[in-house]
Design a protein around this ligand. Structure first.
Ligand code: BTN
Length: 333
């Protein structure tokens, strides 16, 4: 179980981070006064920031600053910026400074029967999870780590293609801010200008033939610094480099505004409702690709997706559909 009651070391640093979030120089004395602690205690706190991937600059004799400042998430701003339809659907929104994984916390919530229509955000994940057992790098305040819980009747079959529809929702949210070059890579990666900007991890629980719970995890790079980005093992894009200045809370509200109404109506029309939108964003449409699944691989020309979200490949043995695997441009890893 993740202990969300006790304050983590990072949560204890929240007050000093809020003071430094403006990116301005603050003297040790002014920080100490604002926090009600000695200058030595301030210095102790500041020394810890680097271990969270934050770069602290000291200006001799003047104080300290976090260059570029921090755009901290605000539950209030997210809620205020939601579309009315999404606000009506959302039951709870929680922002944590630090969690091992927002998906894990929501899975635990479902154990207690309290996960439906809940959105969990974390400024940092210490063990963020990606697809296929990969890690998901989510350092403090420089990505969006969001999980949403939803319960569906009708079992997993009615949910085919849902992860692709989540990708469409994220792409539409980015379109609201005119982010250029947004595409989808099958099944549910969000790419921007030819590299991965965001990923989606769906985790299911419950009776897979009847009432089941789904945790929809979305991770999006937003202001990663070069050092932490070194940990990412695939070509990545960062929203702050592509379209600087989009507020993290505002973007989160846009994602939830696209996502929640989609989840509410998904079982009615399934992926067929989103197929056209997905196809217009298809990163690899018409291109020679390779699909790998375990030790097997297939080659063909990407021919979009079917009504259930399966990948269509035109191979030399005719058109084939695939429900799993990793796609890449032929000749690239
Ligand atoms: C992928 O590998 O493409 C999926 C990445 C999903 C990452 C998100 S971040 C929020 C949520 N919590 C997690 O531990 N993972 C997902």
């Amino acid at each position: 179980m993740q202990d969300v009651a006790a304050k983590t070391p990072l949560e204890q640093l929240r007050p000093v981070l809020e003071l430094l979030a403006d990116g301005e120089i603050h003297s040790g004395e002014s920080l100490g006064n604002a926090l009600g602690v000695s200058r030595a205690a301030v210095w102790k706190q500041l020394q810890k920031l680097e271990s969270y991937g934050l770069t602290l600059e000291s200006a001799k004799g003047r104080g300290y600053r976090l260059p570029g400042g921090l755009d901290l998430l605000s539950a209030q701003t997210v809620t205020a910026q939601l579309d009315d339809s999404a606000r009506a659907l959302l039951r709870e929104l929680r922002v944590f400074d630090e969690l091992s994984s927002t998906n894990s916390l929501l899975l635990e919530r479902f154990e207690e029967g309290k996960g439906h229509a809940v959105a969990i955000l974390a400024e940092r994940q210490s063990a963020g999870r990606g697809r296929r057992g990969r890690n998901w790098v989510s350092p403090y305040a420089t990505s969006i780590s969001l999980s949403v819980g939803w319960e569906f009747n009708g079992g997993v079959l009615s949910l085919e293609g849902l992860s692709l529809a989540v990708g469409v929702a994220v792409a539409k949210a980015l379109e609201r801010f005119s982010v250029p070059g947004v595409r989808l890579k099958w099944p549910n990666d969000v790419w921007c200008q030819g590299r991965k900007l965001a990923g989606v991890l769906l985790e299911l629980k419950g009776d897979l033939t009847d009432r089941c719970s789904v945790v929809i995890g979305i991770g999006l790079n937003n202001g990663l610094n070069a050092k932490t980005a070194e940990e990412i093992d695939q070509p990545w894009a960062d929203l702050q480099q592509v379209r600087p200045g989009i507020g993290r809370s505002e973007l989160t509200a846009a994602i939830l505004s696209e996502l929640l109404p989609m989840l509410e109506t998904y079982p009615e029309g399934g992926f067929a409702t989103y197929r056209e939108s997905w196809s217009t964003l298809d990163q690899f449409a018409g291109q020679p690709v390779q699909l790998r699944s375990g030790n097997l691989s297939w080659e063909g020309v990407a021919a979009g997706v079917d009504e259930k979200g399966a990948l269509l490949l035109d191979t030399d043995k005719g058109q084939k559909s695939f429900h799993g695997g990793e796609i890449s441009l032929r000749g690239q890893v």
